[in-house]
Design a protein around this ligand. Sequence first.
Ligand SMILES: O=c1ccn([C@H]2C[C@H](O)[C@@H](COP(=O)(O)OP(=O)(O)OP(=O)(O)O)O2)c(=O)[nH]1
Length: 159
Amino acid sequence: MSNSEHPVGSGGPLRLRRLDPGLPVPSRAHPSDAGIDLYSAEDCELAPGQRSLVGTGVSVAIPEGYAGLVHPRSGLAARAGLSIVNAPGTVDAGYRGEIKVNLVNLDPSEPVRIGRGDRIAQLLIQRVELWDVIEVHELDETDRGERGHGSTGGHHRLT
Ligand SMILES: O=c1ccn([C@H]2C[C@H](O)[C@@H](COP(=O)(O)OP(=O)(O)OP(=O)(O)O)O2)c(=O)[nH]1
């Protein structure tokens, strides 16, 4: 159930400053998309394997209890091998600097060209819980215990 102004699951509005007024205000491509598309504020070219911290020309005020997650765009990943080194990047609630995207070209042979105004990543706003840490000497027992990192198989490289 939703109405046009406030779809189910919507919070906000997200307060956003354009540090580069020559770029459009970031938005969702479709009203129910999870990610707000972020634009590149610069032109750059990434050689195979190269990474670059690229500005988006925006800063945001995410409320406490939420975080911004900077995710790659799947189309650019599939077609050009473009990803994000620290995917998903974490934008803390208290951060007021420019959101930057640590792009990496994972294609083995082709460079990726980024133009100013290209949509290079997407920002998801998610609720997070802020837990204190306490040190203990024993953890509770579970079926899995310390087994991980492929212990359940499911691929020939894991046997
Ligand atoms: O993809 C990202 C990830 C982070 N940031 C900004 C917002 C975030 O709040 C800040 C710090 O990020 P993080 O905590 O991941 O980096 P750190 O290397 O641990 O830096 P710090 O010591 O400043 O926390 O950098 C971005 O602009 N883009």
